[in-house]
Write a protein that binds this ligand. Structure first.
Ligand code: S3P
Length: 178
């Protein structure tokens, strides 16, 4: 992280970024370390709908999922202090990115496409957008989608490369307000 990195204070933190960048992994660790709540947006939707994300995509369609995602996102505010791990597409639909930036602190996790590929391959069946792709198709999809989504991702307040991240990485970024 650059030495000139500004210090932000927030009790409402959103982790955004592509699938397989470790949003939920790091979110859990950082929330625990700072005594924040932790919420995985996909899990919240799955519990609410009593169906997996894959089932929701298949049975109700992506549009339904995106609406549910936007509503669920806005229903997390009362849980502050909280770290919300968003889905890879959350930032890219409706005005979610703007809303997150207005209401809290957004942190983008970024990884190389090959790292993402490795991480996704182990849990591909849980991800409706990629579950039927072979390895070459998947890498192509990752590179293409990251470019398409860059316009949203780049709006995040803070950009972190996941290589070399550890449990203290967020200490320099947030100062818990409680
Ligand atoms: C999606 C990413 C997934 C999940 C859904 C759609 C996306 O979340 O929300 O499968 O559009 O990139 P993860 O980033 O947690 O895999």
């Amino acid at each position: 992280m650059p030495a000139h990195h500004p210090t932000y204070r927030s009790s409402y933190i959103f982790l955004i970024g592509f699938m397989g960048t470790g949003k939920s992994h790091w979110g859990r660790i950082w929330a625990d370390r700072h005594s924040y709540c932790f919420l995985d947006l996909d899990e919240m939707i799955e519990q609410d709908e009593r169906h997996s994300v894959v089932e929701i995509f298949e049975q109700q369609g992506e549009d339904y999922f995106r609406q549910k995602e936007a509503i669920s996102l806005r229903n997390t505010e009362h849980l502050k202090p909280i770290i919300v791990s968003c889905g890879g597409g959350t930032a890219c639909f409706f005005d979610n990115m703007h809303w997150m930036n207005e209401h809290g602190l957004t942190i983008l996790l970024q990884s190389d496409p090959t790292t993402i590929l490795r991480n996704i391959l182990s849990e591909q069946v849980k991800r409706p957008l990629v579950k039927n792709l072979n390895e070459a198709e998947l890498l192509f999809f990752i590179e293409k989608k990251i470019k398409e989504r860059a316009i949203y991702y780049k709006q995040a307040h803070i950009h972190l490369f996941t290589e070399g991240l550890d449990e203290t990485a967020i200490d320099q970024i947030i100062l818990p307000t409680h």
